[in-house]
Design a protein around this ligand. Structure first.
Ligand SMILES: Cc1cc2nc3c(=O)[nH]c(=O)nc-3n(C[C@H](O)[C@H](O)[C@H](O)COP(=O)(O)OP(=O)(O)OC[C@H]3O[C@@H](n4cnc5c(N)ncnc54)[C@H](O)[C@@H]3O)c2cc1C
Length: 417
């Protein structure tokens, strides 16, 4: 069986998540990042220095995701509840929205991520928020940004269903005079949780790590093909929003010097973009974000009310997350009601189902001797064993089919559609 021995193996076997952690971690400056439209953001290596170096493999979330790097996940096995196994230990679960109605309206779901980040800037003396926004020069792409005002945060609300590598900017947090907020996908948060173990200054300066529920990142090609389906020339695009401005909001392209606009409903656009997700996203065990202080997602179980301006589920994972969330409630940055695991089960059926299928998918890859990531602490075998026999078999056979059709047994970049 081929083995993962360095970062090049991770990339070539399609396990890279494009988080940018290797770019930040490389002390030799040997790694650059490049966005390949049909694939995602990938590291480019200096062939002489990287060939024998394995340092960044230990912090690569494409290869390793260990739920135990977060303190709550250490809850001992016999004490674990069904919910712990299904989406990871939670200290508290809430449901609600930002108190600021503009943030709530412009954000993806309830605007909790933006409201908490703003609270940290205004009440917790944090320096800036490292996160993701539109790349104005190529508006169908993202860029890593630092926000230190409300206006900057509001401009960067909303999920962007395209590659993003916020870990590339972690040096700014490490070098900051005071703590900062980090917002990223679960794989980005997982990289952060590994990096901070050996970097005391980064650890100290990570004032709050926020993540969100994530079903996977579509490649840039997904956005470009949606633009083409709407007959919009990419050269004329002024801005792309994937959702927000209502819940869940529409996919919107503004173009032709802002004179024209085309849009699709959330289900039309996301339904198409899902086909552009990578193999690695389909293997992700951490869709509900266990490796951050707080994880937020759509409270889909309440989305039948079309007038609802947006509601988030909030899963608190750490003591620090709990303290800061309480501060934000007291200062009226967020309005929350206590919720329970049953809300998460009702809202996030797809993500929870995927987690129970991962072990079967890994078995499918193993049949072809294709290397796969190391996952610990996610109860993957337990979840899979509880599936009915027919579904167990389908999880393996579905992967076998995918491997054959897409020729994933060949070591090379795999185009996401
Ligand atoms: C690729 C992707 C897949 C998702 N899948 C699901 C899902 O299956 N189920 C679900 O409930 N929720 C999913 N979400 C999360 C959901 O869309 C909302 O982000 C979440 O409900 C929080 O909403 P909010 O209103 O608090 O966020 P907001 O206040 O709008 O803040 C959003 C924050 O996310 C950051 N961000 C946006 N895009 C990216 C990106 N690509 N990478 C890193 N950071 C980014 C922004 O910088 C901003 O800080 C997904 C998000 C993304 C980006």
């Amino acid at each position: 069986m081929a083995r993962i021995q360095n970062l090049s193996d991770v990339v070539d076997w399609n396990l890279c998540t494009g988080c940018g952690a290797c770019y930040y971690a490389c002390s030799e400056g040997s790694i650059s990042l490049v966005n390949i439209d049909a694939v995602g953001i990938r590291p480019r290596f200096n062939s002489s220095t990287c060939a024998t170096c394995t340092k960044c493999l230990s912090i690569c979330p494409g290869y390793i995701v260990d739920a135990n790097t977060n303190n709550m996940a250490t809850r001992s096995s016999p004490m674990r509840t069904e919910a712990d196994h299904a989406f990871g230990p939670a200290m508290e679960i809430w449901e609600g929205h930002a108190s600021d109605s503009e943030i709530r309206y412009r954000a993806s779901s309830g605007g909790i991520l933006t409201a908490l980040a703003l609270y940290c800037l205004e009440h917790e003396n944090m320096n800036f928020v490292l996160h993701t926004g539109i790349n104005e020069d190529r508006p169908w792409e993202n860029k890593t940004v630092k926000s230190s005002t409300r206006d900057e945060l509001v401009a960067r609300t909303g999920s962007r269903y395209a590659p993003a590598s916020p870990c590339e900017g972690l040096a700014a947090i490490e070098e900051s005079d005071s703590p900062c907020v980090f917002i990223g996908k679960p794989c980005d948060a997982s990289a952060v949780s590994m990096l901070r173990r050996d970097r005391p200054k980064l650890d100290r300066n990570l004032g709050l790590v926020l993540t969100f529920f994530c079903a996977g990142t579509p490649s840039t090609q997904g956005t470009l093909d949606l633009a083409e389906s709407l007959k919009v020339n990419p050269k004329l695009i002024d801005s792309v929003r994937y959702r927000g401005e209502g819940w869940p909001g529409r996919f919107r392209i503004v173009y032709d010097d802002k004179k024209r606009e085309q849009s699709l409903s959330y289900s039309e656009s996301w339904g198409e973009l899902t086909h552009y997700r990578s193999l690695r996203c389909n293997l992700c065990p951490d869709g509900l974000g266990q490796l951050a202080d707080i994880s937020c997602g759509d409270a889909w179980e309440n989305s039948t009310d079309s007038e609802n301006p947006g509601l988030s589920l909030v899963v608190v994972r750490t003591e620090k997350g709990k303290r800061i969330l309480q501060g934000a409630i007291n200062a009226n940055y967020v309005q929350l009601q206590p919720a329970s695991a049953s809300s998460v089960f009702a809202a996030q059926g797809n993500l929870l189902r995927r987690r129970t299928e991962i072990f079967g998918r890994l078995l499918g890859l193993r049949l072809f001797a294709i290397p796969f990531p190391q996952f610990s602490g996610f109860s993957l075998i337990r979840g899979w064993l509880r599936l009915p026999m027919g579904r167990k078999t389908r999880t393996i056979l579905g992967t076998v089919k995918r491997v054959i059709v897409r020729r994933l047994y060949i070591r090379r970049f795999h185009v996401s559609r």
